[in-house]
Design a protein around this ligand. Structure first.
Ligand code: 26V
Length: 803
C-alpha cells in the first residue's frame, strides 16, 4: 500500500476526530487503537472488495477452511506489516506524540481457540492470503473466548474472557448474508410438483446465523481474503414465539463460549449444536456463492474445496448432501460424487479420549434429517465394502456403531483426502489408529506436516533478529523462506554469532522486565532460559520437566557451593477446567516455584516462572527469549506440535523425544544441533503391548529418582499434600501411563549436555544459528502450497491482482 507519513498523519488525525469529536491529544490508548484499526480497515476495504469480485468474476476455484477454532492473535501489527506500512505508521504515530507499543498492547488478543489446532488455522489464513490463494475461513464468533487463567494460592482459577468489551474494529457484520439454521422437529415426505416424494421438515427451531467478516491481509500483495465467523440470533420474524428469557438465552448460548477442553470429548448437546450451526451456515453460504456463478452442480468440485479441520466440522458432509438432495433435487449418486470430491479432512490427534462420537439419540433428536442422511451414507458404505473386505474389517469402519455416530469415520468416508500433521503422525494413522480405513482407501491418505507463519513468529515477534538476518542474507526469505538456509554461511562468523547472543540477551531482558513488573519475580537475564509452553496434558509431560527441576534443586541443597549453570524454567500452560490431574500439576509447579524462588541458598541458580494466562501474545514475548525448547511428549502421542517450530525459528535449541514434527526438525537441523532422549514410538508400543513396564521397580532401584519422587510426599514441597500424593501414586503405583520414570535418566543426561554446551557461547550460538537457518521448511507457506497443489487444487491469483 502506498502511504506517505505526511498523508498518514493527516488522514489518521481526521479519522480520530470524525470518530470521537475531540482532540487526539486527550485520548486513551484504546481510543487511539480503535481509530487506527478503523482507519486501516477503511484503507484496505477497496482491495478487500476487489479480491472478492475477482474470485467471483473469474470463477476461480476457492477453498473454504472450516474450523471451530481460530486463534489469530492481535491483528494491528500484522496487518500493518502485511500492508507494507508498519514503519510509516509507527514513525507517524511518534510524530503525533503517541506511544506505538501502548497502542499495540491495548488490542485484546482474541482467544477463539484452545491451542495448536486453532493457532494452526490462523497461521494457515495468513499463508493462504500471502500466497495469493483464493481461500476463506469459516468458524464461530464466540461471545466469550477461552477462559482467562489466574493463579490463586497456586491453583488455576478460570475467569470469563469478555473479548468484545470494547468492540472489534476488524470485523464487519453482514446481515445481508445471514442464513437460517434449523434444529429439531420432524421429517416428513411431501409430494413435490414433479410428483416425487420429497423430505420436508416440520416444527423446526430456526436460528439466524449472522456472519461477521474479517479481512485476512496478504503479505504486501493487495490480496484481502475473508474469515467469516457466525453468530447465533433469534430471527426477527420468530421473536413472537420466544416468551421467556430462558428461551431466548438458549439461542444466544449456541455461540456464547468456546469449549475449553481439547483432550476429552464430553459429548454435550450444546457442542453438537455449535458444530452443526457453523457448518450448516458455512455450507449454505458456499451454496449461495456458487449459485451466483450460474454453473451446473457437476462443476461444483472444480470451483469449491471444503476443508474440515479435525472432525468438529464433519457434519459439513451430510449437510452438503442434504442441500443437494432436498433443496437442489440431485440424485443420491450425483450428490455423493460431488460431496466426496469437495471435502478433505485433517486429523489432529491419536488420543482415543479426544475422538468425537455422538449418541445416536442425540443426533436423531437435534438433527433428524441429518441423521437420516448419515444412516444412508453408512448403509451404502457397509453394503459396498462388505463383499470386498469381509464383515470384520467392514463393520469396524461403520459410521454408526455401538449406539454412536463416529465422526472420524464419517469424515474419512465422505472425503477424498485424509491427512495427518507430521510424518510420524501420518504413519501412525495409516498403520495403527486408522489402519482399517487405510486398507480400504490407501490413496486418500497423505501427510501435510504443519507449519507456522514466519511473518508473525519471526518478523514481528523478533524484529532485531529479523534485521540481523536481513543484513546478512537480504530480504527474499520473507517471501521464500527456503532462503533462510543462506544464513548457514555465517556459521563461522564471530561477529554474527556475537550479535545473535546480544539479540537473545536483549529479548531475555525484555522478558525479565515483564516477570518483574507483572509477577514480582526477578530473574537473571544471564541465566539459561528453558521454555515449555503448551496446553497442560499428561502426555506432554510437563511433569518430567518438573522432576528434572526437583533433581537440580536437591543437588544445590546438598552442596550450595556447587558450580551449576543457572537456569530459569519458564512455563506457560492452561489446563482444561475439568481436567483435575492437569490442575494438580499446575499447583505442583506453582508450589515448587514458591519454594525455590524464595530459597536464599538457591539464589539465582534456579528460578521457576509460570506465566499466568498463556496465549498468543505471551508466546510472542517468550519465544524470542527462549534458549531451550522443551518438546518432551511421550513418543507417538503429539501429532505435530508447532511451538517446537516457533522456538527453533527464534534460535532456541530443542530437547526432544522423537515425536510429532520433532522428527522432521531432527532431519533438517541434524542430530548435532538438538538434544534427543527417551523411548521412540516403537519402543513405547512394545512396552505397552507386552505389559513389561514396572515403574515401581525403577523407583526402588534408581536412588536418585527415588529421592526426587519422594519430595512429592515427604513435605519437602510445602502445601501439596493432596496433589503430591495423587501425582506420586500415578507414577509409582498406577503404572505411569506416559513412561516418565523410564525416560528420566536419559532426559537428565540430555539436560547435562545442554549445561555443558552452554559454557561455550560460540558453540551454543553456532547451533542456535543452525536452528534458525534450518527452519525455513517449517514455514506455513510451504505447508499451504502442498495443501493447495495436492488436496485443494487451487491456484495463486497473485500476478493478476497486481494488474
Ligand atoms: C478436541 C476436542 C475434543 C473434545 C471437545 C473439545 C475439543 C477441542 C479441540 C480439540 C482438538 C484437539 C486436537 C488438537 O488440538 N491437536 C493438536 O493439533 C496441533 C495442530 O495440528 C498439533 O500441532 C498438536 O500436536 C495437536 O495436539
Amino acid at each position: 500500500m502506498d502511504l506517505t507519513k505526511k498523508r498518514f498523519k493527516e488522514e489518521f488525525s481526521q479519522t480520530f476526530e470524525n470518530m470521537y469529536a475531540f482532540d487526539i491529544k486527550n485520548s486513551t490508548a484504546i481510543q487511539q487503537y480503535t481509530a487506527l484499526g478503523n482507519y486501516l480497515r477503511f484503507s484496505y476495504s477497496d482491495d478487500w472488495n476487489k479480491t472478492n469480485k475477482k474470485y467471483l468474476n473469474e470463477q476461480v476455484k476457492q477453498v473454504y477452511y472450516f474450523s471451530i477454532e481460530f486463534l489469530p492473535g492481535r491483528m494491528l501489527k500484522s496487518n500493518l506489516l502485511n500492508l507494507g506500512i508498519l514503519d510509516t505508521v509507527r514513525d507517524g504515530l511518534v510524530d503525533l506524540g503517541l506511544d506505538f507499543e501502548e497502542i499495540v498492547k491495548s488490542e485484546v488478543d482474541p482467544g477463539l481457540g484452545n491451542g495448536g489446532l486453532g493457532r494452526l488455522a490462523s497461521c494457515f489464513m495468513d499463508s493462504i492470503a500471502s500466497l495469493g490463494l483464493p481461500g476463506n475461513g469459516n468458524g464461530i464468533r464466540y461471545r466469550y473466548g477461552l477462559f482467562q487463567q489466574k493463579f490463586v494460592d497456586g491453583y488455576q482459577v478460570e475467569l470469563p474472557d469478555n473479548w468484545l468489551r470494547n468492540g472489534n474494529v476488524w470485523e464487519v457484520r453482514k446481515e445481508n448474508k445471514a442464513v437460517t439454521v434449523r434444529f429439531g422437529g420432524q421429517v416428513g415426505l411431501v409430494e413435490a410438483a414433479n410428483g416425487h416424494l420429497k423430505p420436508t421438515y416440520f416444527n423446526t427451531q430456526n436460528i439466524l446465523a449472522v456472519p461477521y467478516d474479517t479481512g485476512m491481509v496478504g503479505y504486501q500483495n493487495d490480496v484481502i481474503n475473508n474469515l467469516r465467523l457466525w453468530s447465533a440470533e433469534i430471527p426477527p420474524e420468530e421473536e413472537i414465539h420466544y416468551h421467556t428469557i430462558a428461551e431466548r438465552e438458549q439461542v444466544n448460548q449456541i455461540t456464547e463460549v468456546l469449549y475449553p477442553d481439547d483432550s476429552n470429548h464430553e459429548g454435550q448437546t450444546l457442542r453438537l449444536r455449535q458444530e452443526y450451526f457453523f457448518t450448516s451456515a458455512g455450507i449454505q453460504s458456499v451454496i449461495q456463492y456458487y449459485k451466483q456463478t450460474g454453473l451446473s452442480w457437476q462443476n461444483f468440485p472444480d470451483k469449491i474445496a471444503i476443508h474440515i479441520n479435525d472432525t468438529h466440522p464433519s457434519l459439513a458432509i451430510p449437510e452438503l448432501m442434504r442441500v443437494l438432495l432436498d433443496e437442489e433435487d440431485l440424485s443420491w449418486e450425483q450428490a455423493w460424487e460431488i460431496t466426496k470430491k469437495t471435502m478433505s479432512y485433517t486429523n489432529h490427534t491419536v488420543l482415543q479420549e479426544a475422538m468425537e462420537k455422538w449418541p445416536i439419540d442425540m443426533v436423531k433428536k437435534l438433527l433428524p434429517r441429518i441423521y437420516q442422511v448419515i444412516e444412508e451414507i453408512n448403509r451404502r458404505h457397509i453394503e459396498k465394502k462388505l463383499s470386498l473386505y469381509g464383515s470384520d474389517l467392514t463393520y469396524r469402519t461403520a459410521i454408526i456403531a455401538d449406539g454412536y455416530v463416529k465422526m472420524a469415520h464419517l469424515a474419512i468416508v465422505g472425503s477424498h483426502s485424509v491427512n495427518g500433521v507430521a510424518k510420524l503422525h501420518t504413519e501412525i494413522l495409516m498403520h495403527d489408529v486408522l489402519n482399517d480405513f487405510y486398507q480400504m482407501y490407501p490413496a486418500k491418505f497423505n501427510n501435510k506436516t504443519n507449519g507456522i507463519t514466519q511473518r508473525r513468529w519471526l518478523h514481528l515477534a523478533n524484529e532485531e533478529l529479523t534485521k540481523l538476518i536481513d543484513s546478512k542474507i537480504g530480504t527474499d526469505w520473507k517471501t521464500n523462506p527456503a532462503e533462510l538456509k543462506l544464513f548457514k554461511a555465517f556459521i563461522a562468523d564471530q561477529e554474527t554469532l556475537d550479535k545473535l547472543g546480544t539479540i537473545k540477551l536483549v529479548n531475555k531482558e525484555k522478558f525479565a522486565a515483564y516477570t518483574k513488573n507483572e509477577m514480582g519475580i526477578e530473574i537473571n537475564p544471564e541465566a539459561l532460559f528453558d521454555v515449555q509452553i503448551k496446553r497442560l496434558h499428561a502426555y506432554k509431560r510437563q511433569l518430567l520437566n518438573v522432576l528434572h527441576i526437583i533433581d537440580r534443586y536437591l543437588k544445590i541443597k546438598e552442596d550450595p557451593t556447587l558450580a551449576i549453570q543457572p537456569r530459569v524454567f519458564i512455563f506457560g500452560a492452561k489446563a482444561a477446567p475439568s481436567y483435575s490431574y492437569a490442575k494438580q500439576i499446575i499447583k505442583l509447579i506453582n508450589a515448587l516455584a514458591e519454594l525455590i524462588n524464595n530459597d536464599q541458598e538457591v539464589d539465582d541458580k534456579l528460578k521457576i516462572v509460570f506465566v499466568e494466562n498463556y496465549g498468543v501474545s505471551l508466546a510472542e514475548l517468550i519465544i524470542p527469549a527462549a534458549e531451550v525448547s522443551e518438546q518432551i511428549s511421550l513418543a507417538g502421542k503429539e501429532a505435530s506440535g508447532t511451538s517446537n517450530m516457533k522456538l527453533m525459528l527464534n534460535g532456541a535449541l530443542t530437547i526432544a523425544t522423537l515425536d510429532g514434527a520433532n522428527v522432521e526438525i531432527r532431519d533438517f537441523v541434524g542430530e548435532d544441533n538438538l538434544f534427543l532422549f527417551g523411548l521412540n514410538d516403537q519402543e513405547v508400543q512394545i512396552l505397552n503391548k507386552n505389559g513389561s513396564y514396572h515403574p515401581r521397580e525403577i523407583y526402588e532401584t534408581n536412588p536418585r529418582l527415588k529421592q526426587v519422587l519422594n519430595t512429592l510426599i515427604d513435605g519437602t514441597i510445602p502445601d501439596i499434600e493432596m496433589e503430591g500424593r495423587v501425582i506420586f501414586d500415578s507414577l509409582v503405583y498406577h503404572n505411569d501411563e506416559y513412561f516418565l520414570l523410564k525416560d528420566f535418566d536419559s532426559y537428565i543426561q540430555a539436560q547435562e549436555e545442554i549445561d555443558l554446551l552452554y559454557q561455550n557461547k560460540t558453540k551454543w550460538n553456532q547451533k542456535s544459528l543452525m536452528n534458525i537457518a534450518s527452519s525455513g521448511p517449517f514455514s506455513a507457506d510451504f505447508t499451504i502450497q502442498r495443501y493447495a497443489e495436492e488436496i485443494w487444487k487451487i491456484d495463486s491469483q497473485l500476478i493478476d491482482v497486481h494488474q
